[in-house]
Design a protein around this ligand. Structure first.
Ligand SMILES: C[S@@+](CC[C@H](N)C(=O)[O-])C[C@H]1O[C@@H](n2cnc3c(N)ncnc32)[C@H](O)[C@@H]1O
Length: 331
């Protein structure tokens, strides 16, 4: 953890000197600035996600779609290299598939997978280029998925000071201090969802993004599925969950475009936001619970392939690998 020069102290914090900015502003710039992390880096160059690691997440999604006869469209938000949709196309070639990402269409992506290049703007809660909005505004029922997308959406980082919650500000040297008091909406969020702890991430940007997807579902029919790192009330990390990764390694979270900044999703807050927008929760729980239901283990005659399949299957349900991912399915 970085040094906190005045967070948590007894007296009111000094006003931040010039050159300081909120963690939120720093995170947005680090991720989406002209040379921001996601502008120049491909996810698969830095980490192995469950969705991009083999066909089994696609098999589970196919099982979800099989339970909803009305769904013939699947949209993957934050689709990365598009591999998940390619795997799904191989299993269900009848589906209309669309990837949405701020990245341009990946080279060599299978022709049956459509693509919309668009940035979800976390400040204003809207798509930027219009491509995603246009592509999503179809009338047919759809399964909208976001795998490891919400955790990447920047959010304000706050610290509990003697006089209440304050936003954390940071300078270019990575020094932090307590900044301004929270706006009323942020304060209401943290009081409701993160009442304990010393430090937190305000998940409003994630809640808003999710509600936008739910609005599509309410118009078109179908379901929205989040698969992501998360926590729920009573199990929030006391010091927050802001983290940074590069080349598969965890590093100190400091602003900059060389690291992927991320924070776990407050899953219960996202769930409530979806329900308050009109959705019904079909499932909210850990991936380890859904794997046995959606993925039947199959043996393969080639022992090496068989071993690989078994190990991938175990990784998807192991709490030490991807089994601790949250699944939130709202319809
Ligand atoms: C961690 S990767 C996950 C990729 C893929 N879903 C997977 O599970 O392998 C996050 C993806 O979301 C995209 N992304 C992040 N923030 C975004 C935003 N605000 N709007 C659109 N795409 C975004 C990134 O470009 C990246 O491809």
């Amino acid at each position: 953890m970085l040094p906190h020069s005045s967070a948590g102290g007894a007296g009111p914090p000094d006003p931040p000197a010039r050159g300081w900015r909120s963690w939120f502003d720093a995170w947005v710039e680090s991720a989406y600035g002209a040379d921001g992390f996601w502008r120049v880096h491909s996810p698969d160059a830095h980490f192995r996600t469950a969705a991009a690691s083999g066909p089994m997440i696609a098999q589970m999604l196919a099982a979800v779609v099989d339970r909803h006869d009305e769904i013939a469209h699947v949209v993957d938000i934050g689709a990365g290299n598009g591999r998940l949709l390619e795997e799904l196309a191989a299993i269900r070639p009848d589906l209309q598939l669309l990837g949405v990402d701020l990245r341009k269409r990946p080279n060599g992506l299978a022709a049956e997978v459509g693509w919309a290049q668009d940035l979800w703007d976390v400040r204003y809660g809207c798509w930027t280029s219009g491509e995603a909005g246009a592509a999503l505004a179809q009338p047919e029922p759809v399964l909208i998925i976001c795998c490891e997308w919400l955790d990447d959406l920047p959010c304000p980082v706050v610290t509990r000071h003697a006089d209440g919650w304050r936003e954390v500000v940071i300078n270019d040297d990575g020094m932090e201090q307590a900044g301004p008091r929270l706006e009323s909406e942020q304060l209401a969020w943290v009081d409701r969802w993160w009442p304990g702890g010393d430090r937190a991430e305000i998940g409003l940007t994630r809640d808003r993004a999710w509600v936008e997807l739910i609005k599509m579902i309410l118009k078109r029919g179908g379901c929205a599925l989040m698969i992501d790192y998360g926590h729920t009330a009573g199990r929030r990390p006391v010091a927050g969950s802001l983290a940074a990764y590069r080349d598969g390694r965890a590093l100190d979270p400091v602003p900059g475009s060389t690291v992927n900044l991320t924070a776990h999703v407050a899953v219960d807050a996202v769930r409530a936001a979806g329900e308050e927008a009109g959705a019904t929760t079909a499932f909210c729980g850990l991936q380890s619970e859904v794997v046995p239901e959606l993925l039947q283990p199959e043996s393969h005659p080639d022992p090496l392939v068989d071993l690989e399949q078994r190990s991938h299957h175990s990784a998807l349900s192991s709490q030490y690998v991807w089994g601790s991912h949250w699944w939130l399915l709202q319809c």
